[in-house]
Structure formats: structure tokens, C-alpha cells
Design a protein around this ligand. Structure first.
Ligand SMILES: [Zn+2]
Ligand SMILES: [Zn+2]
Length: 190
């Protein structure tokens, strides 16, 4: 009994490092496949792991938000990221408000809520409540750039210095698509 417990604990540790097959686990512990399947069944029952096409992984792994932008696939560094809460319970991210505004169209009806980060404070705010500066002359991530601000006055000051239009969400989405179709160079890291 004790040995089983220890082995199951170790299985969870191994799966934390990456996906494994039952066969790999059996040979790791030097036990029969039958024994491993019994462990798997128990761990599945406890909701700790899941099996897909014969591959085992930790269940919590699925809930981790993917680390790449769903629009341009750039790796997300977290400074400007936008988080999308989807209706199916999943979370996805974009690297910056540029891709965030684009994703409103690609994700469409699937969107439950969206959190932007205020460019000044980095505090998360509901995308509907933000003011956007679209098409400014600087772009810290994707171009044409978009910046999100909680405060309209700050957005206007920013636009005064760096150019771009100050817009609410709906118009900002349209503006970014308009600028894209005008052929502004965009770097996609595919
Ligand atoms: Zn992106
Ligand atoms: Zn970006």
C-alpha cells in the first residue's frame, strides 16, 4: 500500500516534467503495465491526471494559459499582454493590444471577457472600459501599434506626443483593421 502511494506521488512528479506513456512509467519503476494502469486509473479517478491517445499528463496543465500570442504566435513577455476569457472556459493571450484588437474579430462570439493592461500602470482593465491609441509612431511590439489606457486624458496626451488616434474599443478594432489593409508593414513571427 505504502509503495503504491509513493509510486503514485512519483508519477505525478514525473508528469510535471512532461508527458509520459504508461510503458515509460512501467519501465521507469520496473513494474508491470498492469500495475501502472491501476495507478493511472486511481490518479484519473482523483482528477489529477488525464490520458489522451495513450499519453498521460497532469490535469492542471490544460488550464495553464498558452504562452504564445494567438494572433502572431510571438512568445508573450507579459508587459503588454491581453487576456481573453473564452466561453468554453479557456484562457488565451495576445502579445499586445495590437493583436488583442485583431483577436476580437478572430475569436468573435467565443469571447466572454477581455483584460487589457493599462499602458501606464500595467493594471488589468476590462477592454470595454479602455481608450486606445492606434497607429502611434512608436511600437513596442506589433505594428501598427495600439496602446490601451484606462484614462482618456492620458491617452490624449500620449497621442499628442506620439501620434495615433484615441478611440474606444469598437472603433479601435476597425481602425487597426483599416491600417492593416492599407499595407502597413507588420512583422509576423511564424
Ligand atoms: Zn501578437
Ligand atoms: Zn504584439
Amino acid at each position: 500500500m505504502k509503495r503504491e502511494k509513493e509510486r503514485r506521488k512519483k508519477i505525478l512528479e514525473l508528469l510535471r516534467e512532461g508527458e509520459k506513456t504508461p510503458k515509460e512509467l512501467a519501465s521507469y519503476f520496473g513494474v508491470s503495465l498492469m500495475t501502472i494502469y491501476r495507478d493511472i486509473k486511481e490518479l484519473e479517478r482523483e482528477g489529477l491526471i488525464e490520458k489522451e491517445h495513450g499519453i498521460l499528463r497532469l490535469k492542471e496543465k490544460k488550464e495553464v494559459v498558452p504562452k504564445d500570442c494567438i494572433v502572431c504566435h510571438k512568445e508573450i513577455d507579459g508587459r503588454f499582454n491581453v487576456i481573453f476569457f473564452l466561453k468554453d472556459g479557456k484562457k488565451v493571450q495576445t502579445c499586445c493590444p495590437h493583436c488583442g484588437l485583431m483577436a476580437f474579430k478572430t475569436q468573435g462570439d467565443n469571447i466572454e471577457a477581455v483584460l487589457m493592461k493599462d499602458f501606464i500602470s500595467c493594471n488589468p482593465i476590462n477592454a470595454n472600459a479602455c481608450w486606445y491609441v492606434v497607429g502611434a509612431s512608436i511600437s513596442p511590439c506589433c505594428a501598427p501599434s495600439a496602446f490601451a489606457f484606462v484614462d482618456k486624458e492620458v491617452a490624449e496626451k500620449f497621442a499628442k506626443g506620439f501620434g495615433g488616434k484615441v478611440l474606444p474599443l469598437k472603433e479601435a478594432i476597425e481602425e487597426i483593421y483599416k491600417l492593416m489593409s492599407m499595407g502597413t508593414k507588420v512583422e509576423f513571427n511564424l
